[in-house]
Design a protein around this ligand. Sequence first.
Ligand SMILES: Cc1cc2nc3c(=O)[nH]c(=O)nc-3n(C[C@H](O)[C@H](O)[C@H](O)COP(=O)(O)OP(=O)(O)OC[C@H]3O[C@@H](n4cnc5c(N)ncnc54)[C@H](O)[C@@H]3O)c2cc1C
Length: 564
Amino acid sequence: MSTRRIIVIGGSAAGPKAASKARRMDENAEITIYQKASDLSMASCGYPYYIGGFFDDRNQLLCSPAGVVRDSKFFWNAKKITTKVNTQVTSIDRDKNMIQFTDLLTGEKGCAEYDKLIIATGATPRKPPIQGIELDGITTLQSLPDADYLRKVRDEGTIKNAVVIGGGLIGIETCEALHLAGIEITLIELLPQLLTFLDKQMAQLVEKYVMSKANVILENGVAAFLGENGKLTAVKLQNGTEIPCELAVVAIGVNPNTKLATEAGLQIGKTGGLIVNEFMQTADPDIYAVGDCIEIPNLLTHSVVHAPYGDLANLQGRVAGENVISGNVAKFPGTIQTGICKVFDYGVGATGLSEQNAIRNGIENIETVVNASLDKPGFMQGKLLVTKLVVNKSNGLILGAQVLGPGDVSKQVAIWAMAIQGKMTVDDMANADLPYAPPYSLAIDHSIATAHIMQNKLNGFFTGISAEQFKKKLNNKEPLILLDVRNPDEYEQMRLGIGEKLIPLGQLRKRLEEMPQDKDAEIITWCKISLRGYEAALILQANGYTNVKVLEGGIMAWPYKREK
Ligand SMILES: Cc1cc2nc3c(=O)[nH]c(=O)nc-3n(C[C@H](O)[C@H](O)[C@H](O)COP(=O)(O)OP(=O)(O)OC[C@H]3O[C@@H](n4cnc5c(N)ncnc54)[C@H](O)[C@@H]3O)c2cc1C
């Protein structure tokens, strides 16, 4: 059999993964990566942490796990893969199985033939087509040169004010990086909430926290960038406000890079990504595509999504790398859109469907619960976690989870992601056998406790109310009896201050006469995380009260202003 010729376009995440897997499957294949940028295998997810000074050695963004910089020499010596950096592929001739390319340094053009081609061209950050967008001081954070620019800003230390446009993952990570550089940040988001993969209440908890570090402006877009002598001096918002700044980082999402593929007649889907099958193959059997340039199925909604995540790019690269050698044997079925983001000292992550996303996709029979508790015991410096769980009410199937807080969010999100992919129900999770020792978790892990609350709710033992629903009732001035069952010292330190009565749980049985005569009165109970609130509700129910609700997640999940 003649030597297989594999060409990969794109040399950052998905491309090198595909090329490396192909090499592992076939020692003799002729494998070449064409890369427009001058670097290879850049860890773009690490850029915010390089800019923020979590580490100073730029090479760490380019290193293999063994600490070797993944340059052309590395790819050839370690993997026998030819890499052509600073080389842009300019067209694909599908009739001749050939690509055309240009060396961006010399201008020299060339062509090369392939047996199988893998497109891994990534995505390009969106930029608003508005006045002043070309001014100095406006950047995106997508490429290594972008990261170099922002790291220089940190090292020089002259910039005092910056505006970050876009309250998604990259926008928020950039906020932290620039905050650590001593820069005053204003974060602008066009939508009514940050991090749209979260439900509103969870997003509001994030907003409250981010506001302690940066100015946050929601529901306002950028109308223009203002400047003097070619340099940015202010950002003008749609409501006319001008925010003086010397730096603006635009992080309003990315568009798949599909120009090459479209010009070659390959099909683009409704999200703008290239269409591939589960083998990562386009309609042309000799062309595969992977990473940020494609669209993939959401396994829960069965709709297609553009999911530009580094982990998915690598998984897809591996599948395509195997298939170009072995025929279509490996599959990438799709995504449940699991993601996590560092928001200063909080982790914020989600997997599966949020409540709003489930409703948007026509899944209506759902139940949700919010749980707040520590990730491990207080004596091991446990930290707070808040989880919102979304399940299918008719069969108990877990549909989604959102987790945030200073605790170990990553573990929680990973547990729920596996539960969703394994098609587990709340009852399965209620008895999950997870690892336990005090340095790592509670005897009943936060995820299992969340499943228990949901199980109680589905079985009618627990009637919860979310902070959002509670706030609506307060705004509507509905007649409510509000009961905080913590201790007086806790109440002195922190309280909602919305007209609540304080009766510590331990005194409730003796002070029932202080509760209303009307046993059907609507009573809302809470404590710090609502465990005592739940027990108070059970006492009241046992004493004939028929309409008692527990504030889910207690004060810890209250995203609104508190008196204290
Ligand atoms: C700041 C930042 C933080 C991120 N954080 C996370 C995170 O925490 N978790 C997560 O899951 N994801 C994260 N991501 C997303 C993740 O980095 C991307 O999903 C991933 O890099 C996509 O890989 P890719 O190979 O498809 O595309 P890219 O990494 O964009 O690589 C595509 C490459 O193709 C090259 N190219 C394009 N066109 C051509 C052409 N015509 N010829 C030759 N070469 C070409 C480009 O030069 C580029 O290097 C982050 C991204 C950024 C920018």
